[in-house]
Design a protein around this ligand. Structure first.
Ligand code: ZN
Length: 185
């Protein structure tokens, strides 16, 4: 289900974050604060000295993850929800996310807060950058209810609906066929 094509604005990070809950399995990397801390350390989002994380950190990460998934479903035709923007804004605010002018001439969007607040804010940086060129709109959650796997829609007209046509698209077709076949009357 992972596409080999290039995804802009480091949106893979956001896709990976949402896919820490594998609906097929179902296993949740963020079921413990330890799992969350390990995931963040592996990606260089947090320093070892800021570990271990707390249960409240874990709950914040899960809240952000589900808000992002809701927005990814909205990109795939579901209704959008106002609370998603509020949640993202809260994460950005707690992480003191802002433009940082650096001596090398670069000016990245980066968190000023350290620790977990800064680490979580790094997850929403690609979202902010992706809103400018529309690439964030291409990050979708699969429309299959039992899947909801996050993916990048590489299709020319942003028409992608399933994470992987070979798996979910066909499964949906088979299901539709079966439900027609068994309908009484
Ligand atoms: Zn799917």
């Amino acid at each position: 289900m992972v596409s080999a094509s290039k995804v802009p604005n480091s949106l893979e990070l956001v896709i990976d974050f949402v896919n820490t809950l594998d609906p097929d399995d179902p296993s949740d990397v963020f079921s413990t604060a330890e799992g969350l801390g390990g995931w963040m350390a592996e990606r260089g989002l947090i320093d070892a000295e800021d570990l271990p994380l707390q249960e409240k950190d874990r709950r914040e990460a899960v809240t952000l993850r589900e808000a992002l998934r809701t927005e990814m479903l909205a990109h795939n035709g579901a209704g959008s929800e106002e609370r998603v923007a509020l949640e993202l804004d809260e994460v950005a605010r707690r992480g003191e996310l802002g433009v940082q002018f650096r001596a090398d001439g670069s000016a990245p969007l980066a968190p000023r807060a350290g620790g977990f607040a800064g680490a979580l804010a790094r997850v929403v940086v690609p979202v902010a950058e992706g809103t400018r060129d529309g690439s964030w709109q291409r990050v979708k959650a699969c429309r299959a209810d039992d899947c909801q796997w996050a993916f990048y829609d590489h299709s020319r007209n942003r028409s992608g609906v399933w994470c992987d046509m070979a798996v979910c698209g066909n499964r949906a077709k088979v299901r539709a066929y079966r439900s027609r076949g068994t309908r009484p009357g």
